[in-house]
Design a protein around this ligand. Structure first.
Ligand code: DGL
Length: 270
């Protein structure tokens, strides 16, 4: 009954942590493509090739459902995968939709026409690839009208986190927030549109100020997944073993993951 969680590296652990707490009976298999992170500076074909390879590995580990806990892969590869690659009986879901549903106060599966919502000025922080895909704005436009989105490509942040250089990551976050505020001085809400960024959530909140509501994906995705599995229990795959797989150096990745999640995590080679 395993479910797969995919990310380019360590960021998806923020989602893994939340889904494992919400669904403690489900064995989750995590795949971090640390050898190829960051994805945010790669082109769409590259992201597609790496993502399909990782997701295939999770199917092979007994997962019938895989969550792309990576906005960059969700933005650059998911639609193409769903249209032409995902095999019969398997399912791959992204992480944008639960976030947008929360922002637009919608219930899962509410397909009514787009309508006005409370928030009008939204700051989006994401990787350069996610920002240039405009996938977030596209999904938002299906559900809401009159929302002004200002997107900031946060170059360097994922790389700094993957390297464990949190001082650099903090300095970069502050400078990206400043850059965004020059274009949108008073956003009402900020979206952390990369699963690595919750690891810097306090810095984002501090730089944005207490009046800005900061949305991050982990808990929202966990709720959506619980709801999805209740309606599709057949999507719990045959795998029974939880685990952590990486394309990077397992010792180094385990170390960082243990530091981030504050519990012992052991990765093995994917
Ligand atoms: N965590 C991925 C995301 O949500 C990071 C992407 C990257 O590797 O640049 O976009």
């Amino acid at each position: 009954m395993a479910v797969g969680i995919f990310d380019s590296g360590l960021g998806g652990l923020t989602v893994l942590d939340a889904v494992a707490k919400r669904l403690p009976e489900v064995p989750f298999v995590y795949y971090g493509d640390n050898a190829h992170a960051p994805y945010g500076v790669r082109n769409a074909d590259d992201v597609y090739d790496l993502t399909t390879k990782g997701v295939q590995r999770l199917f092979d580990a007994g997962c019938d459902l895989v969550i792309l806990a990576c906005n960059t892969a969700s933005a650059a590869a998911l639609r193409r995968m769903q249209e032409a690659w995902v095999p019969e009986g398997k399912r791959v879901l992204g992480v944008f939709v639960p976030l947008i549903e929360a922002l637009t106060e919608r219930q899962w599966g509410d397909n009514s026409p787009p309508r006005e919502v409370a928030v009008k000025h939204v700051a989006l922080f994401a990787t350069p690839a996610t920002v240039s895909s405009r996938a977030f704005q596209r999904e938002l436009a299906f559900r809401a009208i009159g929302v002004d989105v200002e997107a900031q490509p946060c170059g360097g942040v994922v790389d700094a986190i993957e390297q464990g250089d949190m001082i650099l990551a903090e300095a970069l976050v502050r400078s990206h927030v400043e850059a965004l505020q020059r274009r949108m001085p008073t956003p009402e809400a900020a979206i952390l549109g990369c699963t690595h960024y919750p690891l810097m959530q306090e810095v984002f909140q501090d730089a944005l100020g207490p009046d800005v509501a900061v949305y991050s994906q982990a808990n929202l995705v966990a709720e959506s997944l619980a709801d999805y599995l209740e309606r599709h229990p057949d999507k719990l795959g045959p795998g029974t073993e939880p685990g952590f797989l990486t394309t990077g150096d397992p010792a180094r990745v385990s170390n960082k993951a243990t530091q981030f999640l504050r519990r012992k995590i052991e990765f093995r080679t994917a």
